[in-house]
Design a protein around this ligand. Sequence first.
Ligand code: MG
Ligand code: MG
Length: 282
Amino acid sequence: MFRRSIYKTPTQLRAMVEPGLITAAALDAIRPLIRAGVKTLELDAAANRAILERGAESNFQLVRGYHHTICVSVNEQVVHGIPSDRVLQPGDIVSVDCGAQFQGWNGDSAITVVIPDPSRADLVAQREELSRVTEGSMWAGIATMATASHLGDVGAAIQDYIEAQGSSAVTGEPYGILREYVGHGIGRKMHEAPSVFNYRTPDPGAEVRPGLVVAIEPMVTAGGEMTFVEDDDWTVSTIDGTDGSHWEHSVAVHDGGIWVLTAPDGGAEGLAPFGVTPVPVA
Ligand code: MG
Ligand code: MG
């Protein structure tokens, strides 16, 4: 059977720049709307407008059985939450995942935002720390792409980063890393081979070399790693009820280096603490 190579040509990598930027623009449109009193369906509508305005389409709507532009996961929900009439509350920790397809190529990215709540400063601080650890682990994984020989190095870097951040203030235990949900290759389809684990595995994984494009997306909890799927058949929530955070970027490896396709600066700011300078896809 013919199998398409997981490695893209330089022309294909160039085609992935625009859908990455459109995905970033959609999340930029949502970010200021993540505040108390807003329904999660309003975030979905804003993302859809931003994508359509740019001549692209929502790739989440192309997933069988899914009818929205974003996933929005609040508090103990970690990923795959469905937009609804739910009204966001002060102090909520909100992860939003979004993607765009443009001229047949895909972008995929996620952010976490904590809504201010002056009356619960401790809770907000704990949730911000969870988001910071998760985002930092994503950048640690992305930075490793610049030097990794195989994708297993990326998972190890993500796990090492999280473990180095100490324990969750909620449980006194290390932060939890979801095991059953992982990052992935991205290209003509939003989800392609290979898998990108967020933890150490015995398998070295796919070779990291020019042409590889992957979505790196750690999913981290303030407690245990065990989750369940809610009755809506989508939403993934923690069994112990602790909070979740999800950060994601789509990253290209090319002849000149690495470039974060879903960040307008190519990841320069996030990678700086790791001493990695992204290089635009030429
Ligand atoms: Mg995603
Ligand atoms: Mg993804």
